[in-house]
Design a protein around this ligand. Structure first.
Ligand code: NAP
Length: 258
């Protein structure tokens, strides 16, 4: 049986999650590629992880559904024997961007369910698995990374539901970091900036112009591989004295300049 570490990456069939899965594959990790409905994209990602030097399986599951979350954890452990890294990446944008004065409860409930409640309770479930695992030589039992967004602190008046769901992930990171440190489990938040994926495809022209106008000090779109590299650094154990930490991977968007 392989002794290579095991990662569960939610929403890794496409976009940022795929970039993360490929970066872990290049480190030789075993990766559980979770997806919601796009089996073909998940299978493609599994093959790409193998080509990069790792191993992978695809596991369908809606992170917003309790039953799916429990099955996802059980299938990950059945396949890998353990979970060394959870990456809460799966997330959705509102189907329609609506003014915060008009936006409805249905969209709010959907975004909170998938973007916030899902990662919160998946973290709880995976933390219990990690607590039961033997520590490595450094005392580490596992690591947890949550992909939030610059929307965790940037107000967009036409997608308040998305911003609120991402802001909640900041506190998720803090409470689990505080609770799990004694168990040798470190918890991080990665805040991507504007990254070119299917999610941002519909607003590409708008962001092309904003980036050219200086939206970010580093004047380019982010790539899923940029997030993959940050995850790989954490996965490699390069931040052993940090937990509850926010890592901005945003081309400098978060800077206030004068
Ligand atoms: P994307 O291209 O739309 O891909 C979304 C991924 O999540 C797909 O793999 C999709 O699976 C999966 N997914 C969707 N709903 C799910 C659910 N309920 N349960 C499990 N998996 C689900 O999105 P992305 O741009 O890569 O975004 C990934 C994360 O980064 C999200 O949390 C997003 O909020 C965050 N983010 C994105 C940006 C950006 O600029 N793109 C910036 C900041 C933060 P299927 O393929 O099966 O549909």
């Amino acid at each position: 049986m392989s002794t290579q570490p095991v990662a569960l990456v939610t929403g890794s069939s496409r976009g940022i999650g795929r970039g993360i899965a490929l970066a872990l594959g290049a480190l030789g990790w075993r990766v559980v590629v979770n997806y919601a409905g796009n089996r073909q994209a998940a299978d493609e990602c599994v093959a790409l992880v193998a080509a990069a030097g790792g191993q992978a399986i695809a596991v369908q599951g809606d992170v917003g559904e309790a039953g799916d979350r429990h099955r996802l954890v059980a299938e990950s452990v059945a396949w890998g024997g353990r979970i060394d890294l959870l990456v809460n990446n799966a997330g959705v944008a509102p189907a329609v961007r609506a003014d915060v004065l008009d936006a409805g409860e249905e969209s709010f409930d959907r975004l909170i369910r998938i973007n916030l409640k899902g990662p919160y309770f998946l973290t709880q479930a995976v933390a219990k698995v990690m607590i039961g695992q033997a520590p490595d030589v450094s005392g580490s039992r596992g690591q947890i990374i949550t992909v939030s967004s610059i929307s965790a602190y940037t107000a967009s008046v036409n997608r308040g539901d998305y911003c609120v769901s991402k802001a909640g992930l900041g506190m998720l990171t803090k409470v689990f970091a505080a609770r799990l440190a004694d168990h040798g489990i470190r918890v991080y938040e990665i805040r991507p900036g504007v990254i070119l994926t299917d999610m941002t495809g519909p607003v590409k022209a708008k962001y092309d112009a904003l980036i050219a106008d200086g939206l970010t000090p580093i004047k380019r779109w982010g790539d899923p591989a940029d997030i993959g590299r940050a995850v790989a650094a954490i996965a490699s154990g390069d931040l052993p004295f940090s937990t509850g930490e926010v890592i901005n991977v945003d081309g400098g968007f978060h800077l206030h300049t004068l």
